[in-house]
Structures are given as C-alpha cells and as structure tokens.
Design a protein around this ligand. Structure first.
Ligand code: SF4
Length: 398
C-alpha cells in the first residue's frame, strides 16, 4: 500500500507536473514567516470551531493583523451558517484516510466541514498567504476535499465549497461554488487520476510558471529540466542585446510567449539565487555573526559587507511608540500623524469588522462589505486624494 501525504493540497501542482511528487520527495520544507503566521491563524480558527476559545480577540499568540484576518475568516463562516439555517454538525481539521485506489491512499485534512440545518454541506479552505489564490470554481484542493467527503458520506448530493482568502495586499475574497451531482461524478473520474499519474514511476516533469514557482525541487538536481531552463536562458541572454532591438521584431503573440518563458525562468532563477547566496554565506560566515566582515571570504571575487541591525516598530507597538514620544519629547498627535499613512483597504476592513460585530450584538443582518465600502466613500470623500495609475496587463487563466 502506498501512502501519499498532502494529496489534496498538492493536487493542483501534480495536475500540472505529475513528476513533482517524486522530485520533491524528502526535501525538507523550511517554513517562511508568512507560513508560520498562517499556521497560527489556522490554529486559532480550529480552537474557535471546536469551542476551545470563544473569542479570537483574546488570543495573545496572534498579532493584531493575524487577529483581524482570523476574525474575517470567522465572520465569513458565521454568515454562511446563518444564511443556511445554522449548524447541524461541524468538523474542524479532521484528518481521515482517503483510499484512492486499493493500492493508494492519502491523509486528508480539510480546514472546516459543516453540515447545515437546511441540509447543505459546506467545505471551507482558509488561505492567508499567497497573493494569488485560485477561486473556489478553479481550486483542485477544495474540490478534492469535497470529492472525498461526497464519496465517504451519505447525505445531500451537493457540496458547497468555499475558498476564503485574506491577509494579503490584494484584499479579502470569499468565493463559493456549489458542486452538484454531475460535477461530483466528473471529479470522481478526474481527481483520482491526478494522484495515480503522480505516483507512476517515471512520472513526467512539466515546466510551467504556475507549478514551478513554489516547487521545492526547482533549481535543484532533483529537477534537471528547471536548471537547464535557467542555464539555457542565461546562455542566450547576451544574444538578446540590445533587448529592445530583439523585442521590436516580435509580434504581440511572440512577445506574450516570450514573457511567459522569462517569467518561468525568473521564478526558478530567483530560488536558485537565494539558495546559492545562503550557501555562500554559510561558507563565508558559518557562525552567522552580524559583526562579521569580509576577512577570509572564501569565494574569489566576492566581498561580503558587514552585517547591519535593522530597527523597526511593529504595528502592535505604534500606540506605545506614540505614548513614549509624547511623554519624553512632547510630540503632539498632529506631529505624530504627519508621519503616518494608512491604507484605505485597512480602514474598510476595520470599519466592516466593527459593523459586523455591532450587527451581531444587535442580532441584525450583517452588512455587506460593498455597503461598508460605499458608505466610506462618502464619509472619507473630503480626505481622499485621488490619483490615477496606468492600466496594467493581467494574465488570463487558461
Ligand atoms: S520545478 Fe517545475 S518541472 Fe521541476 S518538478 Fe517542480 S514543478 Fe515540476
């Protein structure tokens, strides 16, 4: 029996590059700070869902931003529950074993599955990290959860999948798709094939921006194709000089194709560059001493400058910073405000959260985000300075 881990969360990647399962096997995953922050948010929501805590604001392990994001996720779930007659049963981060074929299985852990009193069943996935997230109608991860749930449990045919995305600069987004019986039958014939293809010996590696940019094997000997792509590009780059002359001879479609290739190579090259730099730093400064200077740098032609200490005031301490400046230096609120800027989207998020909380207390219908934004346009109109950014191109999903 073969057991694969994270089948659902990797389904989208394996669909595009079946060989990435084998290529990434055994490579340790180092958690970035945004990933650790996502874990804290997930954990707080889990404890809220199972009733261990009743108030996310009381979580001292979360930063202000994390509390705001977790509260937004919670509010979206609460609203969905209210709109569907309330909760009949709830399962948070419940791990089960998915028997994909008689020889293949995977553990699977959806963030939240709720059966509603009106008979509908909802599956939620929280995304607090990446800026670009596939919506619920185009998300293999949440479709995999829904398929597994549909296969395992009798009950209503339809599953409603929700992708909740927050915590990044592109703002919050809640997308929701109902998967009816016909869709489930189609997914039953498709999703298991993704996993079967990924475990096949010699599964093919397919380069592509979408799958390679977060792949642990990118730029390593586990995926020679990714190294070759970077090397080939690096070798050809000098021939593109002057770049404008080459581009000038291209048609719009040739430009678009070349752009996709460069974006792919750039994403892998960035990872390789970071790994190489870290490796060289390990040789040059094994103790990680911040006072270390260039003496004894083992790489010819390199000199690494003295480390520096970065000082900053995190969002959580801004109030205290003002209090201290006011107490010791007599800085006035106006003087302090003159050096502070605030994002309009942050104000919208804050006001909306306050309005939702008030509506909940008054047992009224929660306001929509759109109505909050519309009202704020009027309220803040006297202080908003409008400027226009040039239009930009956005890649259409293929
Ligand atoms: S780097 Fe790209 S091609 Fe290579 S294994 Fe990963 S996803 Fe596949």
């Amino acid at each position: 029996m073969l057991t694969i881990e994270h089948a659902a969360s990797s389904a989208g990647k394996w669909e595009l590059c079946p060989g990435s399962l084998e290529a990434c096997k055994g490579i340790p995953e180092t958690k970035s700070e945004p990933a650790k922050s996502g874990d804290r948010i997930h954990h707080a929501l889990y404890e809220y869902a199972v009733g261990k805590v009743t108030d996310i604001d009381s979580r001292i392990d979360l930063s202000d931003r994390e509390r705001q994001v977790a509260n937004w996720f919670k509010d979206q779930v609460v609203k969905t529950c209210r709109a569907n007659g309330g909760v009949a049963s709830i399962h948070a981060e419940q791990t089960s074993l998915w028997q994909i074929t008689p020889e293949l299985q995977s553990h699977i852990t959806p963030d939240l599955v709720i059966s509603m009193k009106d008979g509908t069943r909802h599956i939620f996935d929280y995304k607090s990290g990446r800026a670009e997230v596939h919506t619920s109608d185009d998300n293999r991860q949440v479709q995999s959860y829904a398929l597994h749930d549909w296969l395992e449990n009798d009950g209503p045919a339809d599953r409603v999948v929700h992708v909740l995305s927050a915590g990044n600069d592109s703002g919050e987004r809640h997308t929701m798709t109902t998967l009816d019986t016909a869709t489930m039958i189609a997914l039953e014939g498709y999703i298991p094939e993704i996993f079967i293809a990924a475990v096949k010996p010699g599964a093919k590696r397919e380069l592509g921006f979408e799958q390679c940019r977060y792949c642990l094997a990118a730029g390593t000997e586990r995926c020679p194709e990714s190294i070759q792509a970077v090397e080939k590009f690096a070798a050809n780059a000098p021939r593109m000089q002057p770049v404008d002359a080459v581009l000038g001879a291209m048609t719009p479609d040739q430009c678009s194709e070349a752009y996709k290739k460069v974006a792919l190579v750039a994403s892998i090259a960035d990872k390789v560059k970071t790994c190489l730099k870290n490796k060289m730093m390990e040789w040059a400064n094994p103790s990680g001493d911040t006072d270390w200077d260039a003496e004894g740098c083992p790489m010819t032609g390199w000199e690494i400058t003295k480390g520096s200490v970065v000082r900053s005031i995190p969002d959580d301490y801004v109030d205290e910073a003002y209090r201290l400046l006011n107490e010791h230096e007599g800085i006035t609120p106006d003087q302090f405000r003159s050096i502070v800027s605030v994002k309009r989207t942050k104000i919208e998020g804050m006001v909306h959260a306050v309005r939702c909380e008030k509506a909940e207390l008054d047992q009224e219908k929660a306001p929509t985000k759109k109505s909050t934004i519309d009202d704020l346009k009027t309220i803040l109109d006297p202080v908003i300075i409008e400027s226009r950014k040039a239009g930009s191109l956005k890649k259409r999903s293929e």
